[in-house]
Design a protein around this ligand. Structure first.
Ligand SMILES: C=C(OP(=O)(O)O)C(=O)O
Ligand SMILES: [Mg+2]
Length: 403
């Protein structure tokens, strides 16, 4: 039986050394699931609320745990997530914290899978899920909110779209990361790493484009399949609402909205970008729609801070023709059910879903299973670093039928 008999919550470390929430869910028959909440740094204005871990744990113990233990079944994800929402009583999980909610939601799904003796992707995706594996987007150079004194654009992503297998794709991204290191050394540009393990050299975006473009081409020649190039601009972080301009501080350039749209369209052409996330401010659906009109047939225009995995915001985007892709971060919305609903709505309207990590991560591998379960074309989960390779290696295991 999948009746939940115990939920334990604790503080554990995330990859930035901050406390985050881990949940254990135990069922009547001994089924067990464990999951941990990630945490963003360049968070969207409309995300569900992350509380300090100890507050989130105390609130969830008081309001959510008693409603679930002895009451809910781990196999019934919608019921569990509905209870979590009712226990919280707000729209944005500000009472029990989206960090507690998502940890419990994901741990319950894992417990449900454990009872069935099925891997999580199969429990979530069912017997008739597709046979596809997501292409991993690997962050190889970055700055913005993820590293001080580095690029303005938050993430320069390797996108091995031509890889014959998920394993080839994962290794290609690691190779691009390595090739970037060599090019930085050649240029005498010492560099540390940002929060997601990407190189964070003190260069402007133009130089980063040159370096990543060259690294991608080198590795493409080595591996013999197509590797694309993508970006997470995280433009809300550089947008100054008062002046209505995007401030590129490392280059000393300021662009108004029309100039920003033209600039991004130029980059799409010049670098054949296959993916552009958050190229415009999170409140500017119109600008997203204009850019999508211009380049949407060439590239994925993805909304992260724009949509925050929220079906209301995605509905608005669909109505207005803003973007053609959505980033899916379960902790932005608080439950797996909400994340699934966003993916379903996206798919029904021709939007591609990109399943994503956060800059603050743990060893949790749920997103790898979520991406496979939902046939997502892309997963964004870094290129190197233990909390990133946890997901990438899990993808390799899933493909190898070894979870
Ligand atoms: C992963 C991202 O960063 P964060 O988790 O800091 O929002 C992102 O912006 O896509
Ligand atoms: Mg983003």
């Amino acid at each position: 039986m999948t009746l939940i008999t115990e939920i334990r919550l604790r503080r554990i470390l995330d990859s930035r050394g901050n406390p985050t929430v881990e949940a254990d869910v135990v069922t009547e028959s001994g089924g067990f699931g464990r999951a941990a909440a990630p945490s963003g740094a360049s968070t969207g204005e409309y995300e569900a609320i992350e509380l300090p871990a100890d507050e989130a744990i105390a609130a969830a113990r008081e309001h959510a745990v008693p409603r679930l233990v002895g009451e809910a079944y781990a196999g019934n994800q919608r019921e569990i997530d509905t209870i979590l929402r009712a226990a919280d009583g707000t729209d944005d999980f500000s009472e029990i914290g989206a960090n507690s909610a998502v940890a419990i939601s994901m741990a319950a799904a894992k417990a449900g899978a454990d009872v069935l003796g099925a891997p999580l992707f199969q429990h979530l995706g069912g017997a008739f899920r597709g046979e596809n594996f997501p292409t991993p987007l690997g962050n190889v150079v970055g700055g913005g909110e993820h590293a001080a004194d580095a690029t303005d654009i938050q993430e320069f992503l390797s996108a091995p779209v031509g890889a014959p297998s998920v394993e080839d794709a994962v290794f290609a991204n690691a190779a691009v990361h390595g090739a970037v290191a060599d090019l930085l050394e050649e240029r005498d540009l010492p560099s540390g790493k940002g929060d997601e393990g990407a190189w964070a050299p003190s260069v402007d975006d133009e130089e980063a484009f040159e370096i990543v473009d060259e690294a991608v081409s080198q590795v493409e020649d080595e591996v013999g399949f197509n590797i694309g190039f993508g970006l997470d601009v995280a433009a809300a972080e550089m947008y100054d609402a008062e002046s209505g301009t995007y401030e590129y501080e490392s280059a000393g350039v300021s662009r108004d909205t029309d100039e920003q749209i033209a600039y991004i369209a130029e980059l799409v052409d010049e670098y054949d970008l296959v993916y552009v996330e958050d190229p415009l401010d999170e409140n500017d659906y119109d600008a997203f729609a204009d850019l999508t009109d211009e380049v949407g047939d060439q590239t994925l225009v993805c909304g992260d801070d724009l949509f925050v995995t929220n079906t209301d915001r995605l509905t608005e985007g669909i109505d207005r023709g803003a973007a053609n892709s959505i980033l899916i971060k379960p902790n932005q919305i608080g439950t797996l059910t909400d994340a699934f609903d966003a993916i379903e709505l996206a798919t029904a309207n021709g939007y591609e879903s990109v399943i994503s990590h956060r800059s603050g991560e743990t060893e949790d591998t749920t997103i790898a299973h979520l991406a496979v379960a939902t046939d997502a074309p892309f997963i964004k989960t870094g290129a190197v670093g233990g909390e990133r390779t946890a997901k990438l290696n899990e993808l390799i295991r899933i493909a190898d039928d070894a979870t």
